[in-house]
Design a protein around this ligand. Structure first.
Ligand code: HEC
Ligand code: HEC
Ligand code: HEC
Ligand code: HEC
Ligand code: HEC
Ligand code: HEC
Ligand code: HEC
Length: 529
């Protein structure tokens, strides 16, 4: 697929969506409405169905508190009712349209901006409880207005249906970037074309699946884990009905304190005595009706009914009078909620279903990675997983573990691009340039789309004095990833050093088009002038 460089910032228009409803051979949820009207109408109102869309549509936002600044007051922001973000920082002012939202808004919403079809997470978010706009999680302490936090499939995959990424680009998408807002029918039921044509059995009903295949339907989005590693070779992407572990290995953190680190609904539920003792009967769908919304008033009775399906015979041992005081609301005592004001992905409701409310414990320090649900992971997956968390968290112990595993793996399988690239990054951290550069070269040779490895290989070449080779590599990466700032700035500096001043300037201006307040780009540009 080609990226149109001259395309205006796009918006997902309803008519475009309609035209593309059947592209990629999948059916839009409205195609199910004709025969399942009742389910479709209820589903439309659920948070999952409303989990993404065009900013300004499906409004929950108010604009009474829409001007704010960062912690030290060095960057100012405001958002207008037309969803235009204005920013000012050290003499630089500008504005950018917020194009899309992520999140139905139970706790809040994040926003995406796009330039030429390349997507970024906006530095601002809307917080429901405070009815206020403020900095996004992770930006609170940022000194600089950063409009270039790249947003790719890794972020969007759980919030939309029919994502349309541009091959090889880390944050580029076709127009429109996805077929359908929110979690559509096909995300849980699989493709429905044959079913629509009259083959009633050609559709997945999650409730008729068992074990991992059933749990995978929800786990594809509700089990983020600590790190996820795609299976080697030509593992098929996950589709409902299959087992998630055939496509990816999901690792969670297990510490000495077994209660630590459990954040997500899946991890918590798997620790509950209910799940461990129910012989595979208890799953997400036991308590959650995903097509429908249950009102706050109906919830206590609704959930009690689910509990009593298993607990009617051996009832609660708390005194009846105590329970009566709580309206015999099982969940009020056994699945308590902790406050969450921020937009985040941790469970709010305690899915460990304990006898007595328990405070969530803090993360253990030297936690180790284990595959979720007792699955087996091979050394390649474990090595890649440790490398990923080690590089993110700058953790030496994990880095050593990764190094040991990946070095063996790389010797046994020298043609594995991911292994080569991860091991190269570990060597990089150890300042072993020669080994790092050799492996970056291997990775790029095996996978020409390996952007990160290519950027680093270019840096190797520049250091080795092979500037023309470096320039060629950076330029290749920038074609598919024009907003990659580090590559762009390095490219500009190298151009300047080889006497190509005007091209260097153009490259820096291009960086500023994506990220107008970039201090490094501005400083370099000032240096050229
Ligand atoms: C032409 C009519 C028609 C359309 C369109 C249609 N269905 Fe169905 N569907 C049926 C009929 C008939 C049944 C069987 C009776 C029932 O359960 O209502 C069924 C059953 C199902 C079942 C239960 C299957 C089982 O084994 O328990 C699911 C799930 C389902 N449909 C999902 C969908 C989804 C998702 C779409 C859109 C992609 C869709 N249907 C579109 C007619 C249709
Ligand atoms: C394609 C990804 C995806 C799949 C598949 C998925 N979910 Fe969700 N789910 C989400 C997202 C995203 C949200 C957050 C919605 C929001 O508030 O924006 C969510 C929210 C929820 C919520 C809280 C909101 C509510 O409705 O009360 C529940 C409960 C839930 N999901 C249950 C399930 C269950 C059960 C399954 C499996 C049958 C499932 N989900 C499958 C992505 C998914
Ligand atoms: C692995 C799947 C997954 C990924 C990836 C993911 N989310 Fe979510 N997101 C969820 C689920 C599930 C929820 C529902 C709440 C929960 O589970 O805590 C949610 C909730 C949210 C909410 C709050 C919604 C509300 O109604 O309050 C926002 C905002 C959000 N996500 C933004 C993002 C952004 C931005 C990214 C990318 C940087 C992202 N999410 C990546 C699954 C995902
Ligand atoms: C988040 C996951 C999810 C989404 C999205 C979803 N479903 Fe379902 N669907 C389920 C689950 C789980 C069941 C099984 C419910 C049960 O019987 O416990 C189910 C059951 C069904 C059934 C058969 C049983 C019944 O309740 O009649 C039909 C038909 C169906 N879904 C249609 C749809 C249609 C149409 C859409 C989109 C408008 C849709 N579903 C969206 C998860 C989902
Ligand atoms: C699918 C069946 C099932 C469902 C549904 C279920 N449980 Fe359980 N639960 C069990 C089993 C089995 C045990 C093990 C003890 C026993 O045999 O009673 C258990 C144990 C418990 C315990 C004791 C926990 C401990 O650590 O000592 C509590 C409390 C509990 N359940 C509460 C609930 C509540 C509240 C609900 C509803 C929100 C619920 N359960 C739903 C099957 C279930
Ligand atoms: C024993 C019943 C039960 C089971 C099983 C269960 N949940 Fe829940 N869940 C609840 C209750 C109760 C709430 C809080 C009330 C509400 O939001 O409706 C909740 C809330 C949620 C929410 C909203 C955010 C939060 O933490 O409050 C999400 C998302 C969710 N559950 C996902 C899941 C997933 C995924 C599974 C399967 C791994 C699952 N649940 C299994 C009872 C259950
Ligand atoms: C007022 C709070 C409260 C309410 C409401 C409540 N429980 Fe409990 N429950 C407790 C406490 C406290 C214990 C532990 C008592 C003890 O140690 O004997 C307990 C124990 C249990 C146990 C463990 C029993 C065993 O054999 O060890 C189960 C199962 C249980 N509750 C289920 C339920 C269910 C189902 C409901 C709703 C019908 C419910 N509870 C309502 C507070 C409550």
């Amino acid at each position: 697929m080609k990226v149109r460089r001259d395309a205006p910032p796009m918006r997902l228009s309803p008519c475009l969506l309609f035209l593309l409803v059947f592209d990629a051979g999948a059916a839009d949820s409205s195609a199910c409405a004709g025969c399942h009207a009742g389910i479709w109408r209820q589903w439309r109102d659920t948070p999952m169905a409303r989990s993404s869309g065009v900013a300004g549509e499906a409004r929950i936002e108010t604009f009474g508190k829409a001007a704010f600044s960062n912690a030290r007051g060095t960057a100012q922001y405001s958002v207008s009712p037309k969803f235009t973000l204005r920013f000012a920082q050290a003499g630089v002012e500008g504005e950018r349209a917020l194009n899309y939202f992520l999140g139905a808004g139970n706790t809040g919403r994040s926003y995406l901006t796009s330039v030429d079809g390349f997507f970024f997470q906006a530095p601002v978010a809307y917080y429901r409880a405070r009815a206020a706009w403020d900095l996004s999680p992770g930006y609170e302490r940022a000194e600089e207005v950063n409009l270039a936090r790249e947003t790719g499939p890794g972020c969007l995959r759980c919030h939309v249906t029919g994502l349309r990424p541009v091959e090889g680009a880390s944050n580029g998408f076709s127009a429109p970037p996805w077929r359908e807002n929110g979690v559509g029918c096909e995300r849980c039921h699989g493709g429905g074309e044959d079913h629509i044509r009259g083959n009633q059995s050609a559709i997945v009903n999650p409730a008729k699946l068992t074990g991992e295949a059933r749990d995978s339907v929800c786990a594809q989005c509700h089990l983020p884990g600590a790190v996820e590693i795609a299976k080697a070779g030509n593992a098929p992407p996950y589709v409902p009905g299959a087992r998630l572990s055939d496509s990816v290995a999901i690792f969670v953190l297990a510490g000495e304190d077994r209660e630590a680190n459990i954040n997500g609904h899946f991890e918590q539920l798997s620790r509950s005595l209910c799940m461990r003792s129910s012989g595979g009967k208890l799953w997400c769908g036991t308590c959650h009706r995903v097509h429908a919304t249950t009102s706050a008033k109906e919830k206590p009775a609704f959930y009690r009914q689910q509990c009593l399906a298993c607990h009617a015979e051996k009832p609660c041992t708390a005194a009846t009078s105590v329970r009566a005081a709580k309206g015999d609301d099982c969940v009020a005592c056994h699945m308590t909620q902790r406050a969450s004001e921020t937009v985040q992905h941790a469970a709010v409701t305690d899915h460990r279903i304990p006898r007595l409310p328990r405070a969530p414990s803090r993360a253990a320090v030297n936690a180790s990675l284990t595959p979720f649900g007792g699955e087996q992971a091979d050394d390649r997956e474990l090595g890649l997983a440790y490398a990923s968390v080690a590089l993110q968290e700058n953790n030496r112990a994990w880095g050593l573990r990764a190094f040991e595993l990946l070095r063996k793996e790389s010797a046994a399988n020298p043609r594995d691009a991911k292994v080569a690239s991860s091991l190269a990054q570990l060597y990089d951290r150890m300042n072993r340039d020669e080994d790092a550069c050799r492996l970056y070269e291997t990775a790029v040779g095996l996978d020409p789309n390996a952007a990160a490895a290519k950027v680093n290989l270019a840096a190797c070449r520049a250091k080795q004095g092979k500037v023309d080779e470096a320039l060629a590599l950076w330029s290749e990466v920038l074609k598919l990833n024009p907003s990659m700032e580090t590559a762009r700035l390095n490219y500009a500096v190298a151009l300047f050093r080889t006497g190509r001043k005007n091209e260097a300037k153009a490259s820096l201006n291009e960086a500023l088009r994506f990220n107008p307040a970039s201090r490094r780009a501005r400083e370099l540009l000032a240096g050229l002038q």
